[in-house]
Ligand binder design. Sequence first.
Ligand SMILES: Cc1cc2nc3c(=O)[nH]c(=O)nc-3n(C[C@H](O)[C@H](O)[C@H](O)COP(=O)(O)OP(=O)(O)OC[C@H]3O[C@@H](n4cnc5c(N)ncnc54)[C@H](O)[C@@H]3O)c2cc1C
Ligand SMILES: *[C@@H]1O[C@H](CO)[C@@H](O)[C@H](O)[C@H]1NC(C)=O
Ligand SMILES: *[C@@H]1O[C@H](CO)[C@@H](O)[C@H](O)[C@H]1NC(C)=O
Ligand SMILES: *[C@@H]1O[C@H](CO)[C@@H](O)[C@H](O)[C@H]1NC(C)=O
Ligand SMILES: *[C@@H]1O[C@H](CO)[C@@H](O)[C@H](O)[C@H]1NC(C)=O
Ligand SMILES: *[C@@H]1O[C@H](CO)[C@@H](O)[C@H](O)[C@H]1NC(C)=O
Length: 530
Amino acid sequence: MKEAFSVLCLVLLVSVSEAAVTKPPLGTFLSCLRSWPSPENPITDDIITADNTTTFLSSYLSYTKNKRFTSPNYQTLMAIVKAKHGSDIQATVVCAKSNGIQIRIRSGGHDYEGLSYISSVPFVILDMFNLRSITVNVPSKKAWVQAGATLGELYTKISDASNTLAFPAGVCSTVGAGGHISGGGYGNLMRIYGLTVDNVVDALLVDVNGKLLNRDTMGEDLFWAIRGGGGSFGAILSWKINLVDVPKILTVFRVNKTLEQGGTDVLYKWQLVSSKLPDGLFIRAMPKVANGTKSGERTIAVVFYAQFLGRANELVSIMNQRLPELGLKRQDCLEMSWLNTTLFWEDLPVGTPTSVLLDRPSKPEKFFKSKSDYVKKPIPKEGIEKLWNVMLKFNNNIVYIEWNPYGGVMDKIPATATPFPHRKGNLFNVQYYTAWFDANATKSSLNMMKELYEVAEPYVSSNPREAFLNYRDIDIGSNPSGETNVDEAEVYGSKYFLGNLKRLMEVKAKYDPENFFKNEQSIPPARVKQ
Ligand SMILES: Cc1cc2nc3c(=O)[nH]c(=O)nc-3n(C[C@H](O)[C@H](O)[C@H](O)COP(=O)(O)OP(=O)(O)OC[C@H]3O[C@@H](n4cnc5c(N)ncnc54)[C@H](O)[C@@H]3O)c2cc1C
Ligand SMILES: *[C@@H]1O[C@H](CO)[C@@H](O)[C@H](O)[C@H]1NC(C)=O
Ligand SMILES: *[C@@H]1O[C@H](CO)[C@@H](O)[C@H](O)[C@H]1NC(C)=O
Ligand SMILES: *[C@@H]1O[C@H](CO)[C@@H](O)[C@H](O)[C@H]1NC(C)=O
Ligand SMILES: *[C@@H]1O[C@H](CO)[C@@H](O)[C@H](O)[C@H]1NC(C)=O
Ligand SMILES: *[C@@H]1O[C@H](CO)[C@@H](O)[C@H](O)[C@H]1NC(C)=O
């Protein structure tokens, strides 16, 4: 077992034995929930405890995305509350707090380290998936989206209402609006329209006292913190977002160059130009392990995925001027609606019905692990080749590194505008990713990720080595489930938030001074000045 992992297990064991002694009574929590005054919306049917033997495990698993966390911790998971109304959220917060029970809020359940549904102290999962309404207002170019809606549902609703409006958010259709936007989500419209949080104009939040607040009633400092600071400040019921203009027809392409075809050179050149291209052009580079031409041989294919807010002929001419090494041809390009581009980005074949965007998961399909980095200077070719060596050294078939170009408006929005600090000066963001299907491969997969991260170290941001909150990585620093050490929080917090951490901790001290909303990587309240 990997070191960090066994430390985590140790912490788990210690806390579980403590919990066995101090586990709060479930009965008082449940009767508190049931006596919550909301006669029109009784909560009773929405509470699942371990007594509900048939539904408990399936409820736990239905929004558990990562197979690494398939087994619920029966020692600590007391109940799952499937909220259907704002009043269910209020009741859960108030009753958990008064009974000394932690809550973990889960919207889409895509948290990379499972922090929305695991804890080693007694806790309940506040499951938001039933809260999924979306209302689009075309004339004002605004929408309200509830936390449990998925990105696929949001994209579908927007496109049903208008074929020239869109929302700049992530690529996977099952990601939940609650966690995605809380973590400062990004997608392929980032270079022209910024992040999700740059396009949030209001929110409904249940605070630590169970009060339902909007932007006016919560105040600007709390509204600032929830736009990228993670789930440390309360439970988001819904977001009001700004919709952005897109043409009726966009152009995309996906082409690749293997190492044998000069992939490393093209990728090197991509680093020099990708953040300086027109704002409406986003080209992701994705080196991945692929089969070679001979049977049994493996290589790296650098796959380039692009999206352009314009037509194919124009894109080809831009590419031939700025990145001729790729050799893009008109026939590599596909013209389609914005909604159809969201299928393209998920690698679905042309012709796939858009109804797949509404599919929801019912159980985890694979094990995965990610890590992230920021790059400010081009990585020399010998550095890139060291990454290839690590990727090819292990047996994993699903291994890739995603390079996402910055620049455009990301250079213009101040680093303090939202908690998300990684703005001007970044060439691109990196995600290292591997997935596997056999639990026996866990150890070597985690080792590969660790080795990739070590090999990349000389070429990426440092002091601190920056990381992206939505690509949560427990290895960069963490606290035990039930307590938050401020020194340790400064270790991971400075990587995720840089200079914004201090302000986040001050906002936390003001609105959740007893640190009720917490997890292994949450924001602690600022220390009281001596
Ligand atoms: C396949 C895949 C593709 C992805 N693609 C992208 C991408 O393109 N761009 C990008 O930015 N990210 C991407 N991500 C990362 C994703 O944005 C984060 O994992 C995000 O946190 C998921 O949100 P969720 O609601 O699905 O997850 P959850 O696990 O439900 O929540 C994640 C975190 O947010 C907290 N949280 C959730 N709901 C609420 C709420 N209502 N109120 C307060 N706190 C809450 C949770 O407690 C947890 O800490 C991707 C992830 C996956 C698995
Ligand atoms: C779960 O069990 C409790 C009592 O054990 C019962 O009151 C409740 O209706 C059950 N809920 C579901 C969804 O089965
Ligand atoms: C690379 O492109 C070729 C030609 O389009 C395609 O057959 C192959 O599957 C692609 N490889 C990867 C890894 O995407
Ligand atoms: C690569 O080859 C292996 C067998 O060597 C096969 O199992 C796998 O499916 C192939 N992968 C792809 C993407 O074709
Ligand atoms: C979008 O995709 C659907 C399904 O393949 C197809 O019928 C439709 O013509 C496409 N529309 C546009 C504008 O790309
Ligand atoms: C995983 O390892 C165990 C113990 O070594 C073994 O019994 C099992 O068959 C392995 N599983 C697979 C899918 O290889």
